[in-house]
Design a protein around this ligand. Structure first.
Ligand SMILES: CC(=O)NCC[C@H](N)C(=O)O
Length: 126
């Protein structure tokens, strides 16, 4: 069994951040689960242009308020506590935080833990 706390990830290489976001990678590739699970915070007012070309990502909103835009279709979906959005088509998207967002984020294949976005909004292949 694997038991991890947010506190023990704080300040380690698995406590990654970039402009407007911070993410503690709690379950990572080395755990061998086939996915990674992150505690992700997006700052109020942040607008993230993302495109996970090499991963599927699912996000569950615990708190905050925002919206996600599917850049391919122009659709905009509100994000409130209890909302899940899943990028099942590697969709290019824009995440906007109207209020600070707390998300549980799942990546398949798993991240190794210290990744930050490349210029195109993706992470490298694992
Ligand atoms: C929602 C989102 O993609 N935020 C950026 C960080 C990412 N979720 C991660 O944990 O790597």
């Amino acid at each position: 069994m694997i038991v991890v706390t947010s506190e023990e990830i704080a300040g380690t290489p698995r406590d990654a951040s970039g402009p407007g976001w911070q993410s503690r990678r709690m379950i990572v590739r080395e755990h061998g689960m086939g996915h990674s699970v992150h505690e992700t915070r997006v700052a109020k007012g942040a607008e993230l242009h993302l495109h996970y070309k090499n991963h599927f990502e699912t996000n569950y909103c615990i708190s905050g308020e925002g919206e996600v835009e599917n850049v391919s279709t122009g659709e905009v979906f509100p994000i409130v506590p209890g909302t899940i959005y899943a990028l099942n088509e590697h969709d290019p998207h824009i995440l906007r935080a109207k209020e600070a967002l707390l998300l549980v984020c799942v990546f398949t294949p798993p991240l190794s833990g210290s990744e930050v976005h490349r210029e195109d909004g993706s992470y490298a292949e694992g």
